[in-house]
Ligand binder design. Structure first.
Ligand code: PGA
Length: 260
């Protein structure tokens, strides 16, 4: 099962994950990271930025984003290319030529999925994939019903996800309807999944993903099929977990030799 890490704050969660990633990068300057967008991963990027300012070199790290909106110009401030550039690349001083985001441009959208899968295959594999979870239970933009074998492809966003993301746009109408997203099958190929969730709004999807039945109706439950998953949550996001006492007990008795 996933290891559940209970963090007192988002910032503390960001520190835990950043400290682990910093260890990976120090050990292998060509670490391949899977990066996510949205509000959830920001504390991780901020904490990584602090390590970069302290001298950790990210210039040979590669990064692969989970998803991109279809039809939003890359220079739009809410395109995931722009968001990853601002929140991750600029924070850590990564080499933009090593940072990849699916191509959401309409011109070649039919082949966007297979082109991204080819890039991922050439990367040698993602060492650590950062994940958020949507209120619908999506990871990446794999909305309910997504196949556990799915690869990068165009998906239609649910109305709920568009409403959730409208806060980044001037109006709901501006939120794109389609996206290109890594599939659940793509995500499951990463060597280590780190799923973060903060706040009461994520509690239900988080509990269903960690403890509920494995079902394509709850895409986050795909993590139960992966051999190495770390879930990092604050108290509010953890509040619906049935076995919370056990997770606390396991954390209190974590063997000293065991990393994340
Ligand atoms: P959020 O989005 O981090 O902005 O809450 C998470 C997600 O939709 O995966």
């Amino acid at each position: 099962m996933a290891e559940i890490v209970l963090a007192s704050t988002k910032e503390a969660a960001g520190e835990v994950v950043a400290s682990h990633i910093a260890g990976l990068v120090a050990g292998n300057p060509e670490t391949v990271l899977g990066v996510a967008t949205g509000s959830t991963p920001l504390p991780v990027y901020e904490a990584l930025g602090a390590r970069a300012r302290d001298g950790l070199d990210f210039s040979r790290v590669s990064a692969y984003a989970l998803d991109e909106y279809v039809g939003l110009p890359v220079e739009h401030p809410e395109s995931y290319r722009s968001v990853i550039t601002k929140e991750f690349v600029e924070a850590v001083g990564a080499d933009p030529s090593r940072v990849h985001v699916p191509d959401g441009s309409l011109e070649r959208i039919e082949t966007a999925g297979e082109r991204y899968e080819a890039l991922l295959a050439a990367s040698g594999g993602v060492d650590l994939q950062i994940l958020g979870i949507g209120t619908t239970g999506h990871i990446g933009f794999n909305e309910p019903g997504s196949s556990f074998g799915s690869l990068t492809r165009v998906k239609t966003l649910t109305e709920q996800t568009r409403i959730d993301n409208a806060r980044f746009f001037d109006s709901l109408d501006e939120v794109p309807i389609h996206c290109v997203t890594q599939g659940l099958g793509t995500i499951l190929r990463a060597k280590h999944l780190v799923l973060l969730a903060f706040g009461e709004g994520k509690a239900e999807a988080l509990a269903a993903s960690v403890e509920g039945p494995v079902s394509s109706s709850m895409p986050g439950s795909a993590i139960q099929l992966h051999p190495h998953v770390t879930v990092v949550v604050d108290d509010a996001a953890a509040s619906r977990l049935k076995h919370l006492d056990y997770y606390r007990w396991a954390a209190d008795h974590k063997p000293a030799w065991q990393g994340l």
